[in-house]
Design a protein around this ligand. Structure first.
Ligand code: ASP
Length: 593
């Protein structure tokens, strides 16, 4: 082997006549008997190599080449004649006329073809991840991931932040999911946890005076996985001392301006809008609505309070509400098309949906003649309905209707193609603020923090803490882009007495608080500055930027059962290791899945 002079993406017409050395993988070899054409690939691109019959020794080797063999080609760059130019390849104006080929490695029959989008199953592709990762499109995603990480690193560094690594073997950290545990050998029957987030450590760094911290770090949560989650994931974790919410938002907004400018060439209008949590729930049925399309809903109950129309009357007598949403320009739906909308509504969890079609002649739909026109007119007015629009009303218990309409809203936007997922120019990014401080599990009655127990609250609501804690607004915030939550964070509690009070409200006893977070509470006593921060979900960011599923944006992803099909983990371990840890295995119960 010699040293390559160029990569497979480098040669141009201006290199014609040069003798060069390329190394890479055989993407394709076409043996035409007399001539052999080889597409040689590396991560920079592809170059066409031609082996001519005059090179007797070389063509002998070329006849044997198979896909994915690793070779080195020495040759002379030649401009391709006009008709032979391949405009799809940056190297398409040239070819390399081989004067020597050295086989650096061979490759057996492939489990699936890399070059063609063949039908290999996801399982097979994950097992041979290194082959799947040879595909240009996956390489491009990981290269973009690297680029975005760099933009973030540079951004925070320029703004005076310091990257500090926090430990991976930690005391269990409270982000609400199950911990991954690591047994201690030195202290038998004691465990570390893998961090669900560096939350406590970053707050302690503020107490230590680091002022502005960031870290691009791995976090671990042992949750039942959905297709868009991974048991280990990466976040850009940030904390700032003496920070106000506006100060935090400015740092994040500037970062996103840079990312969208560099990656998509899009200028993000600044500053970003802020919506309250209540506004999001009441009008979009979600705390992360996609606002690339409007489909905002309104509570129109007051207009039909006295109606005798059976469906509405029944719901209202049951303590329910009527919520409407406007679908622009769809008044002309046929019966069959409306049937499709009804199916979507059912799938979203609604019992049914009541249409009002606004036409030049007036309103039509099941309610006309049954609900008086003045009431219908008020509904239309509140929903800003215009001639040609279709209004949909849903009735039932408020929280259920809002949630279901939130799901229907997304389905309708897809059904009526109200946005183009591939259109990068259309970005909806905004902050959600004023989340409640606490949430309550409807079934168990258990109270838990809506964000985490170190989140502060709006001072205007302080006197409600003891009387109506449900109505206390927190200082947490989310950043939402195109229907995805990209970031969450908060201004923290830095007063140890207030922190103790919040633990108490959460039903965490003094002993438990001491046991679980004693070291943070202790640290807060030693002069903690006011602080705030956030975590940006890095994998999610790359998913949104590439419009790809999570497994495409992580080099070595796990399945939804948290398995790595490539390395076969999790797997049994040597019993000797377990005995060193003084761990004995109980009989296994059936695998969950
Ligand atoms: N620790 C939080 C999380 O991982 C983020 C934060 O509050 O900074 O979601």
């Amino acid at each position: 082997m010699t040293i390559r002079t160029h990569t497979c993406g480098a040669l141009r017409k201006s290199d014609s006549g040069k003798t060069v050395v390329l190394q890479g993988w055989v993407a394709r070899a076409r043996d035409l008997g007399g001539l052999v054409f080889i597409d040689l690939r590396d991560r920079y691109g592809k170059t066409q190599v031609v082996v001519e019959p005059e090179q007797a020794a070389v063509i002998q080797i070329a006849h044997d080449l198979k896909s994915e063999w690793v070779i080195e080609v020495t040759g002379v760059v030649r401009a391709r004649p006009d008709g032979m130019i391949n405009a799809d390849l940056p190297t398409g104006e040239v070819e390399l006329v081989a004067t020597g080929i050295e086989v650096l490695n061979r490759c057996p029959e492939l489990p699936f073809q890399i070059e063609s989008q063949d039908k290999a199953s996801d399982e097979l592709r994950l097992k041979y991840r290194y082959l799947d990762l040879r595909r240009t499109e996956l390489q491009e995603v990981l290269i973009l991931r690297h680029k975005v990480a760099n933009i973030a690193r540079n951004h925070f560094t320029e703004q005076g932040f310091i990257e500090v690594e926090t430990p991976c073997l930690v005391k269990s950290t409270p982000e609400g999911a199950r911990d991954y545990l690591v047994p201690s050998r030195v202290f038998p029957h004691q465990f570390y946890a893998l961090p669900q987030s560096p939350q406590i450590y970053k707050q302690i760094l503020m107490v230590a005076g680091f002022d502005k911290y960031f870290q691009i770090c791995k976090c671990f949560r042992d949750e039942d996985l959905r297709s868009d989650r991974q048991p280990e994931f990466t976040q850009i974790d940030v904390e700032m001392s003496f920070a106000t919410r506006d100060g935090v938002f400015a740092v994040v907004e500037e970062l996103w301006v840079k990312i969208l400018r560099d990656v998509w060439g899009v200028e993000l209008p600044m500053p970003l809008k802020r919506l309250t949590y209540n506004e999001c729930i009441e009008h979009y049925g979600s705390d992360k609505p996609d606002l690339r399309y409007d489909l905002r809903f309104e509570n129109v109950t007051s207009h039909v309070q006295d109606t005798e129309f059976r469906v509405i009357r029944g719901a209202l007598d049951d303590g329910g509400v009527v919520i409407g949403l406007r679908v622009p320009g769809q008044a002309e739906l046929s019966r069959k098309q409306f049937g499709e909308v009804e199916e979507l509504a059912k799938a979203a969890g609604l019992g049914g949906i009541l249409p009002i079609k606004i036409t030049a002649e007036g309103f039509s739909g099941v309610m006309s003649g049954k609900v008086d026109d003045a009431a219908l007119a008020k509904i239309v007015q509140q929903l800003k309905g215009e001639v040609g629009d279709l209004l949909l009303l849903a009735v039932g218990k408020k929280s259920k209707v809002l949630k279901s309409l939130g799901v229907l809203r997304i389905k309708l936007a897809e059904h009526f193609k109200l946005f183009d997922p591939a259109d990068h120019r259309k970005v909806s990014m905004f902050w959600v603020v004023d989340f409640p401080l606490f949430e309550k599990d409807e079934e168990t009655g258990e109270v838990f923090p809506a964000h985490h127990p170190f989140t502060g609250f709006n001072p205007e609501d302080a006197d409600r803490l003891d009387t109506e804690p449900w109505n206390v607004r927190s200082t947490s915030y989310d950043l939402v882009m195109n229907g995805n939550e990209l970031l969450s964070g908060s201004i923290r509690i830095h007063d140890p007495i207030l922190q103790a009070k919040i633990f108490k409200l959460l039903g965490i006893s003094d002993e438990e608080a001491k046991l679980r977070f004693g070291f943070l509470v202790d640290a807060l006593k030693f002069g903690a500055p006011p602080m705030g921060g956030f975590a940006l979900g890095f994998d999610r960011m790359i998913m949104v930027l590439t419009n790809r599923p999570i497994r495409d944006v992580i080099a070595f992803p796990k399945t939804t059962l948290a398995q790595s099909l490539m390395d076969g983990s999790p797997s049994p371990v040597d019993l000797k290791l377990l005995s060193d840890l003084q761990i004995a295995l109980a009989p296994a119960s059936p695998q969950k899945g």
